[in-house]
Design a protein around this ligand. Structure first.
Ligand code: FES
Length: 138
C-alpha cells in the first residue's frame, strides 16, 4: 500500500525512478513540500565539479562528499536558494549548475555556491539508492 498524499506531505520517504532521466537532464520532485532537483550529470559536469580547489569555495565541500560513491553522475539537492529561499533554475548560470534569478547566486554542477549573495551550498537531502536506477529520498 502506498502512502496517501497527506502522509507524503508530512514527510514519508519517496521513491524516484531515475531510468527516464537522460544524461544532461534534470528533474524536479517534491519531498516534504520542498523542491528536490535530481541532475543526471555529464562527464564534463562531474570533471568540472572535481577540478575545483575546494579551499577556494565560499562553503568548502568536495563533490565526492555531495554524491553517492559509485553513482557520481547523480546529484540530488534541495532546490531552495540558501540566500532568501527562491527556487534556482537548473542547468543555468556560469557554472553549468543552478542559477537563482532573485539576486544572482550561481551554484555549480555540484550545487555549491560559487558567486552571489547565497552563503551556503544547496543542501543534499537524506537519500539512498535502493537499486541502480531508483532512489529513496527521506
Ligand atoms: S534568493 Fe537566491 S540569490 Fe537571493
Amino acid at each position: 500500500m502506498n502512502p496517501d498524499a497527506s502522509t507524503i506531505a508530512a514527510g514519508a520517504p519517496i521513491e524516484v525512478d531515475l531510468s527516464p532521466v537522460a544524461e544532461g537532464q534534470d528533474i524536479k520532485v517534491f519531498w516534504r513540500g520542498k523542491p528536490i532537483y535530481i541532475s543526471h550529470r555529464t562527464k564534463k559536469q562531474i570533471d568540472e565539479a572535481r577540478a575545483v580547489n575546494v579551499a577556494s569555495l565560499p562553503d568548502p565541500q568536495s563533490d565526492e562528499a555531495r554524491v553517492k560513491s559509485g553513482h557520481e553522475q547523480w546529484l540530488v539537492v534541495i532546490g531552495i536558494c540558501t540566500h532568501l529561499g527562491c527556487i534556482p533554475i537548473a542547468h543555468e548560470g556560469n557554472y553549468d549548475g543552478f542559477f537563482c534569478p532573485c539576486h544572482g547566486s550561481q551554484y555549480d554542477s555540484s550545487g555549491r555556491i560559487r558567486q552571489g549573495p547565497a552563503p551556503a551550498n544547496l543542501p543534499v537531502p537524506p537519500y539512498q539508492f535502493v537499486s541502480d536506477t531508483k532512489i529513496q529520498i527521506g
